[in-house]
Design a protein around this ligand. Structure first.
Ligand code: ZN
Length: 486
């Protein structure tokens, strides 16, 4: 096993050697979607980034337990306990039961993840399935003196907590600045401190999703579900906690506070955050009208898109940026990625057609080392992809007879490309349509060979020229005719 993996830890703001708490086991928790609407592309980027991380940890033979939750209750419109319940509001709009909303968008989310070839997590717990765990945690926090009840609602006491712990450890912001910048919310004067947040919220009579608790009928605050569920499945302290960077300032900050107030321990050793998406240089958002959905991206059915792009072209595009960098969507960038992805897959399909030599002019072990070095450097997928294009260059050069490689080198090269393209980057060849097309081209090439055999050169030339116009190059050798799609 390669143990040189280095990860960027948001909490220390530096790259650190990755040393799991309980080798070879790794506990990975990622904040999942709130399933009250279609998953947006920014979320997809987060989950694809953690899919890459999960896949590479598996590739390194770590025994990973990957937990990604489904938020199906308790998430109010504002991150600080204000506004309507997102599920109830949507249910009213669509005239459905809240759990119908949950089911509809959970299935939709799973479909999108499957299209992106993201591996499912080992456990996908739901907030509604863990109400008693959240109540128990809130009780412990009250008993430890870090939360208080006002009229059936439980608030976390940030000021009290801050006397013993660092509330802004994750973002390194000043508590005083936070206080100044936090709005005083209407109707929430019952809170002692402006930064206090709800662990449990008293339900109004019209509220649909509600449960009994020691403090009356209510529902959990948003933040406590992740603390309760990560603790249940990964333990009080686990290895990696991840999510989008927009979660760091409030949701993750509060998760850390809850876990420390409950267990007196920081919950995760490494905090990892993915960066946001932009479109033509502007932040992607629904209100800006540039927040297209995965489905719109696949079909091209959006005013900002010239045409559709396949899920693998999009996945490849996302992996061409490091997960901590912003990623800008544009038609040009997507088209370039699509071409790059095709080049990579075409070179891979040539691997079985390569002819070995007695000597070698390639250094596969050096290439392999560089691929590992890229991924060991905080999962640097763009550098890995650049190294894989070196492999593409190598394959094409061997195929054209310009470079020699031994049989053993060819076997090692194929193993390397298989592992990094499919297992680690999680790409897959698209699809049966491509296979059908290959069979069709084989058939046409056979017709041309037949025409040549019959000395019908007019027909054979016509076929060759026709294929060339479609970007398919035919190559005749003494033994056989092969073809390659540019
Ligand atoms: Zn969370």
């Amino acid at each position: 096993m390669d143990t040189k993996l280095v990860v960027y830890n948001t909490i220390t703001r530096k790259k650190e050697n990755f040393i799991p708490l309980n080798f070879p086991f790794v506990g990975l928790y990622v904040c999942g979607p709130t399933v009250y609407s279609d998953v947006h592309l920014g979320n997809c980027r987060t989950f694809i980034s953690f899919d890459l991380i999960y896949r590479y940890l598996l590739h390194l033979d770590f025994k990973v337990r990957y937990v990604r939750n489904i938020t199906d209750a308790g998430h109010l419109e504002g991150d600080r306990d204000e506004g309507d319940d997102k599920f109830a509001k949507k249910a009213k709009l669509e005239k459905l039961e809240p759990m119908e909303i949950v089911q509809k968008y959970t299935l939709g989310f799973h479909d999108v993840m499957r299209l992106f070839n993201a591996l499912p997590p080992n456990i996908e717990p739901t907030a509604t399935g863990h109400i008693s765990e959240q109540i128990e945690m809130a009780k412990k926090i009250i008993n430890n003196g870090f939360a208080y009840e006002v009229n059936g609602t439980i608030y976390f006491d940030v000021e009290k907590y801050s006397k013993e712990y660092n509330y802004t450890i994750l973002t390194n912001r000043q508590l005083e600045d936070l206080l100044v910048n936090t709005r005083e919310l209407g109707g929430q004067n019952e809170k002692k401190g402006r930064l206090d947040f709800a662990l449990w919220i008293k339900a109004k009579p019209e509220h649909i999703m509600k449960w009994p608790s020691p403090w009356g009928i209510g529902f959990p605050g948003w933040h406590i579900e992740c603390s309760a569920m990560s603790g249940k499945y990964l333990g009080d302290v686990f290895d990696i906690h991840g999510g989008g960077m927009d979660l760091a300032a409030t949701h993750h900050t509060n998760e850390i506070a809850q876990s420390e107030a409950c267990n007196h321990k920081q919950p995760a050793k490494y905090w990892m955050h993915t960066n946001m998406l932009t479109v033509n240089g502007t932040r992607m958002s629904k209100s800006a009208g540039n927040g297209f959905l995965p489905g719109e991206l696949f079909t091209g059915n959006h005013p900002l898109l010239n045409r559709g792009f396949s899920p693998m072209a999009v996945r490849f595009f996302m992996l061409q940026a490091h997960y901590r960098s912003t990623l800008d969507f544009s038609n040009d960038a997507l088209e370039a990625s699509e071409k790059g992805f095709k080049r990579l897959i075409n070179a891979y399909s040539l691997l079985n057609k390569l002819k070995s030599s007695n000597s070698s002019e390639v250094d596969i072990s050096n290439l392999s080392e560089r691929c590992y070095a890229a991924m060991n450097d905080d999962f640097n997928s763009p550098v890995l992809i650049a190294e894989l294009f070196e492999a593409v260059h190598m394959v094409n050069s061997i195929y054209d007879g310009n470079t020699k490689a031994t049989e053993q080198d060819l076997i090692t090269l194929k193993k390397l490309m298989t592992e990094f393209i499919f297992d680690v980057l999680g790409l897959k060849e698209e699809t049966s349509q491509t296979d059908d097309m290959a069979k069709l081209i084989d058939f046409v090439v056979d017709l041309r060979t037949e025409a040549k055999y019959n000395k019908d050169y007019a027909t054979s030339d016509k076929i060759r020229n026709g294929l060339e116009q479609l970007g398919i190059q035919i190559k005749d050798t003494k033994e056989e005719t092969t073809w390659n799609k540019a």
